[in-house]
Design a protein around this ligand. Structure first.
Ligand code: TXA
Ligand code: MG
Length: 316
């Protein structure tokens, strides 16, 4: 198992020696390593058991350092960066020659983000290179939102995990690219789509390319717990399951009367709270005691879009 702690100096010396470290961000925990070193990037692919056609995000601490990783920052990208960085926004921009092809899976654009977690920022400020950091989970599984989640799944592959507490947002960053001047959302995430639209106007959402290597993070069966998850009307779906031990993940209503285990995402119906609880709920309900997980969609607004997206992918 890895050691969990708050020793930033140790994390820095490991990263500078080409090792991987589990790091907190405000979205989810990342499995971090030097984004400019191919051998380190390869280690990350291996540790995650991730196919090499699925590129990684480069994390930096300032717009200046981002600017060195890309050819240029279009006006609308700059507007979004000013509004949401540091924070749960990832921009797809044309990569500079500094970025190894392995990081982008040979694609011409690189994904870049300035994370909002103070520890991640402190770490990035002190390092001389950006950090590649995919979510710190084995490929295809639910993203970790606590240091212990990282240890459970990748602890045997790394030495150290920085404990930054529970991730404040709990959903991955929103990924935005540009088609000419038009913003295109490639992954729904921690920023409400309405706030993005308010700033840049018209945008396209293209997150359903399940077999399109251009956005492989959007593979249909991502975020899947080990157990089968069925999405729909909970009472109705429960009635169809005879003699099964059910786990229920509901939005605000309680279903303890029909389940072995259950998790209410937000008793008050708050979508931020629901987003923050989603991955924890998926992990907790993914229990050997349980045969099937039932869940329902949340209102399709604000962070609800991203929550529903993750639930749909978990249900494939
Ligand atoms: O919130 C987050 O973004 C977290 C934290 C740790 O920063 N990171 C994260 O990384 O979710 P990951 O690797 O699990 O998901 C990033 C997704 C990838 O699945 C990939 O499909 C997409 O971003 N991506 C990365 N680089 C890309 C590129 N050059 N072109 C298209 N998609 C890209
Ligand atoms: Mg991931």
């Amino acid at each position: 198992m890895a050691q969990i702690g708050t020793d930033i100096d140790l994390a820095i010396s490991l990263l500078e020696s080409d090792e991987l470290v589990g790091i907190p961000t405000e979205t989810v925990y990342g499995l971090a390593g030097n984004a400019l070193d191919e051998s380190v990037i390869l280690k990350i692919y291996k540790a995650k058991n991730r196919p090499k056609f699925d590129p990684m995000i480069a994390h930096a601490s300032s717009v200046d350092s981002v600017a060195r990783l890309v050819k240029n920052i279009p006006d609308k990208a700059f507007t979004l960066a000013e509004a949401f960085w540091p924070g749960p926004l990832t921009l797809l921009l044309e990569k500079s020659d500094k970025i190894p092809d392995l990081l982008t899976s040979g694609l011409p654009r690189v994904a870049v983000r300035i994370p909002g977690h103070p520890t991640a920022l402190k770490l990035l400020e002190r390092l001389e290179f950006p950090l590649a950091a995919p979510s710190a989970n084995p490929f295809g599984y639910v993203s970790p939102v606590e240091a212990s989640h990282v240890n459970e799944q990748l602890g045997h592959k790394i030495e150290y995990i920085i404990d930054g507490g529970r991730c404040q947002i709990g959903l991955e960053s929103t990924i935005i690219g540009f088609d000419g001047d038009q913003p295109v959302v490639h992954r729904l995430g921690g920023i409400a789509i309405e706030s993005i639209r308010e700033l840049v106007g018209d945008l396209r959402i293209e997150t359903n390319n399940s077999s399109n290597p251009l956005a492989p993070g959007m593979l249909k069966s991502h975020y899947s717990p080990g157990r089968k998850l069925i999405l729909g009307d909970i009472e109705q779906k429960a009635a169809e399951q005879i003699n099964k031990k059910l786990a229920v993940i509901s939005f605000k209503q309680d279903y303890t009367h029909i389940s072995t285990k259950s998790f209410v995402l937000s008793p008050t119906g708050n979508l931020e709270e629901a987003a923050n609880n989603l991955f924890k709920a998926l992990r907790q309900m993914d229990d050997p005691e349980v045969d099937i997980i039932l869940s329902e969609k949340v209102p399709n607004e604000g962070l609800g879009l991203a929550i529903n997206d993750r639930l749909k992918r978990a249900a494939v």
